[in-house]
Design a protein around this ligand. Structure first.
Ligand SMILES: [Zn+2]
Length: 304
């Protein structure tokens, strides 16, 4: 990623940042403020190219970031899912980092302990190469079913425990028979143009209560507050804050059970339920001031 080039074409939006007629993709309210436009962003920064020239031929598109004053969500209001094609050339695995593996192993232990995941069934949506799912199943003696259209069966060196099956299908109602005890998804929701419909579809496809739910996404507060600009990529149509992450789950028929920052603040995690359990509700956060600062000084992102 050429930060310098991107900075040169990034600019604050015109006309005071107001966005007429647009609605938030999480709460569907219309109090939207634009705060950053970048004219040319590569549409697939996670695709591995075989040459420099091939990388330079990756198409670009405009990013236009909007902030919702209703729920604190940040999103690319010009995102077009139609230009993206996730296939086996898409590579975003992080587990080659020992630091990241330590984090994942601790997360696996936490999930096994919290949900008593032993001899249970785990579904992971957007499982990538299946590394996390396989670890979760190996450590807990669980059965795993992963779903990811970009999964490359040959990219895993043939190593796969017999109790993990990965499909390139999208998770749907025909998979309700799997009777998942945990449905998890990591770094996928921010890629979905219509997150409410996506979450509602998962809930309806699962078709029963009592299923534990765990999602992990990049933390927009880290991106905007701490200058984590590497997460400003075209594939990310959503940038969740703690308030908007909780809101998208509650709007989609889930009971949020807790949102937390993880991985040094770079990630947000949410535990949720498909039952009527009470929400702990301890996720109050005022992001208005932070967003206002960004709206008036978007250079605070691009100049770092
Ligand atoms: Zn909103």
């Amino acid at each position: 990623m050429d930060i310098g080039t991107r900075s040169q074409c990034a600019r604050p939006p015109a006309v005071g940042g107001r966005s007429a007629g647009e609605r938030c993709i999480v709460c569907e309210q219309g109090d939207i403020a634009l705060f950053l436009e970048i004219e040319r962003v590569p549409i697939l920064c996670g695709r591995l190219c075989r040459s420099l020239s091939a990388a330079r031929r990756i198409p670009t598109a405009r990013m236009r970031l909007a902030f919702c004053r209703g729920c604190g969500h940040v999103f690319n209001s010009e995102f077009d899912a139609g230009v993206l094609e996730y296939n086996s050339e898409y590579e975003n695995a992080l587990h080659y980092s020992a630091h990241f593996r330590d984090y994942e192993n601790a997360l696996v232990d936490e999930l096994i302990r919290r949900y008593e995941l032993r001899n249970r069934t785990v579904v992971e949506i957007g499982c990538g190469d299946g590394e996390f799912l396989e670890t979760l199943c190996r450590r807990g003696g669980n059965r795993g079913f992963g779903f990811d259209p970009s999964h490359a069966p040959d990219g895993y060196g043939g190593r796969r425990d017999g109790n993990v099956v990965i499909s390139r299908e999208y998770y749907g109602s025909k998979h309700a028979a799997l009777h998942a005890d945990l449905i998890c998804s990591r770094h996928t929701l921010e890629h979905i143009a219509e997150p409410r419909q996506f979450l509602t579809s998962i809930r309806q496809s699962t078709g029963r209560s009592g299923v534990a739910v765990f999602f992990e996404v990049p933390n927009a507060l880290y991106t905007l507050r701490d200058g984590g600009i590497w997460d400003l990529i075209y594939e990310h149509c959503s940038y969740f804050t703690p308030t908007s992450l909780e809101r998208v789950f509650s709007e989609s028929g889930y009971v949020p059970l807790g949102v937390a920052e993880a991985y040094g603040g770079q990630f947000l995690t949410i535990h949720a339920s498909m039952t009527e359990e009470a929400c702990d509700g301890n996720n109050e956060m005022d992001v208005t001031e932070l967003a206002a600062r960004l709206i008036h000084s978007p250079q605070s992102i691009t100049a770092r």
